[in-house]
Design a protein around this ligand. Structure first.
Ligand code: FMN
Length: 157
């Protein structure tokens, strides 16, 4: 029995090469008896397929806020309310910028903004090259999302 057993994790993938690593992360979360619901940005789907993520997690992947599979058509509400935590891995520089601004123009940022933040923590695993990471705009956005309550895990370069 692990601390993750029975936990429901919304695993959000944004666009970056490190998406390949998140396939293994999903496998390990499942092995630890968590349930994993994958949500991918359009850019993430350029790096790894929803098919791979569905096969690893045993659940269809969500990618659009207009997904009619949800009876009330509100995937952003349903997915975020069911979660014990939302983990964005990899978290792109652009995604951090969108979070910092409170943007909600696609499903993943929308569900982050719409989640009940008092009980559903937001964890970010940034992955980008050293230049993007060191840029003052990225550091400014990181400081903002942390001030807004997100937990930033170590960066992957
Ligand atoms: C080959 C390639 C690799 C990329 N790798 C990264 C990366 O590691 N980290 C990052 O922040 N952006 C990376 N980008 C840029 C993002 O994919 C781009 O900013 C995208 O708009 C992010 O969209 P999203 O945040 O909606 O997923 C890469 C782009 C390309 C073409």
């Amino acid at each position: 029995m692990t601390a993750l057993a029975g936990k429901h994790i919304v695993l959000g993938l944004s666009g970056g090469v490190a998406c390949y690593k998140v396939a293994e992360l999903a496998r390990l979360l499942i092995k630890a008896q968590a349930t994993v619901q994958v949500v991918m940005t359009e850019a993430a789907e350029q790096f790894i397929t929803p098919v791979t993520m569905q096969a690893l997690t045993g659940r269809p992947v969500y990618g659009s806020q207009w997904d009619a599979r949800e009876a009330n058509n509100m995937a952003h509400i349903n997915l975020s309310r069911e979660a014990d935590a939302v983990l964005i891995a990899p978290c792109s520089a652009d995604f951090i910028a969108r979070l910092a601004q409170g943007r909600a123009d696609e499903l993943l940022s929308l569900l982050c903004l719409a989640r009940p933040s008092e009980r559903v923590p937001l964890l970010l695993a940034p992955a980008m090259n050293r230049e993007m990471w060191a840029h003052p705009a990225t550091q400014r956005n990181l400081a903002q999302v942390q001030a807004d309550g997100a937990t930033v895990l170590g960066v992957g370069h």
